[in-house]
Design a protein around this ligand. Structure first.
Ligand SMILES: Cc1ncc(COP(=O)(O)O)c(C=O)c1O
Length: 388
């Protein structure tokens, strides 16, 4: 039987043709296609500005740099995320301060954020884990009262809505990823959505070395001299990638319906499988349904992962808690038990395939495989070694 891959993208022939058309034209780097994508993406999100970037990691880093966050500053975030969130803080020279997460969702616990604020706190980065937005109302309220920058890591949450809010609407900036496995993808890429015109202008400069004009502004009409206004970086998106992204935007709503249908089937099925739990989506919230994770007993997690792989189901782990990764332990002295809920999720989690191109039969195969593997342990060899 064929494998159920962990992920397959939803690019259509028209998207590939649009990239081809860009390649046959003159302008390959950040230009008219990128500008068109930024306008369309901002409109779809209901924000004033979108600034395209080379990745979500760059988007996070430059959002902090745009607000001059650096050495001596503390930025509060969650340890239940991809390392990019915390690494972006480290790259500015600031210190990441972790707080634990909600047991039902894995999202940053807004109540703990206030307790972690010190005189050095400058910002909070919320992560919308798996596609469910963190409690932005509560976080925005704390940040406003305490005068803190609020950035969203919306890498998983392009289509998400919670309490009537979309990413970018109640923060200083929401950072998106268009990495290979994301709901909206061009292989590698990112963007910041913001209602703050000054933030958007600064980000446009910072993504292009601090130059006063990007390539489109220098070459589209008569040659224009540019100046360097500040020390920037190189984090722009190419028009080839923007061409791939643009055509996907109108399809996101229909794809989300398919994601939701698959997630609902998983939830329905796993409710009656002993030993399988999964994160909750609060009533009224729309999750972008980027990742579907199950939680199993920690002592059986790796064995279940490998057995699922052995029977042809693509799986991943999102995520082992960041503070217990070697670099963070060694640099900051974190210990097991520091953030017990994030650690518990990190030790129990298995991510299953979830993407619009999955067939109903694929979904049934995943459900059957999980039910079998979790219910009936089988002998398993160590990772990489063949089963006896
Ligand atoms: C939660 C989260 N934040 C940030 C990133 C980084 O995104 P990128 O690869 O576009 O830099 C990812 C990517 O997987 C992610 O899942």
């Amino acid at each position: 039987m064929s494998r159920v891959e962990f992920y397959r993208h939803s690019l259509h022939e028209e998207d590939i043709a649009a990239a081809g058309e860009t390649l046959r034209g003159v302008f390959l780097t950040t230009g008219p296609r990128t500008a068109a994508f930024e306008t369309a993406f901002a409109a779809q999100l209901g924000v004033e500005h979108a600034v395209a970037m080379s990745s979500c990691t760059s988007a996070l880093f430059l959002s902090l740099k745009a607000s001059e966050i650096g050495p001596g500053d503390e930025v509060i975030t969650t340890p239940m995320t991809f390392i990019a969130t915390a690494n972006a803080i480290l790259h500015t020279g600031a210190t990441p301060v972790f707080v634990d997460v909600e047991p039902e969702t894995g999202n940053i616990d807004a109540r703990l954020v206030e307790q972690a604020i010190t005189d050095n706190t400058r910002a909070v980065i919320a992560v919308h884990l798996y596609g469910l937005m963190a409690d932005m109302k509560a976080l925005a309220d704390v940040c406003r009262r305490k005068g803190l920058l609020l950035i969203e890591d919306a890498a998983h949450a392009t289509e998400a809505v919670r309490d009537g809010l979309r990413p970018g609407q109640r923060s200083d900036g929401a950072c998106f990823s268009f990495y290979a496995t994301k709901n909206l993808t061009c292989g590698e890429g990112g963007a910041v959505a913001t209602n703050d015109a000054h933030m958007a202008d600064t980000l446009r400069r910072l993504r292009s070395h601090g130059m006063s004009k990007e390539a489109a502004g220098r070459y589209t009409e008569r040659y224009q001299h540019w100046d360097m206004l500040e020390l920037g970086y190189k984090a722009n998106l190419s028009d080839i990638q923007a061409a791939l992204l643009l055509g996907q935007l109108p399809r996101l709503a229909a794809q989300l319906e398919r994601r939701e249908a698959i997630a609902s089937r998983y939830e329905e099925a796993f409710r009656s499988v002993p030993g399988v739990d999964f994160p909750q989506v609060p009533r009224g919230a729309t999750s972008a349904r980027h990742l579907f994770t199950i939680w199993v007993a920690p002592e059986r997690r790796d064995e279940c992962l490998w057995q699922l792989q052995d029977i042809g189901i693509g799986v991943a782990v999102n995520y082992r808690a960041v503070h217990l990764l070697t670099y963070y332990r060694e640099r900051f002295g974190f210990l097991p038990g520091d953030f017990p809920i994030a650690e518990s999720i990190g030790n129990r989690t298995i991510t299953l395939p979830l993407y619009p191109r999955m067939t109903d039969e694929d979904v049934t195969r995943v459900i059957d495989a999980v039910s079998e593997v979790v219910a009936a342990p089988r002998p398993v060899a160590a990772a990489g070694a063949p089963l006896a």
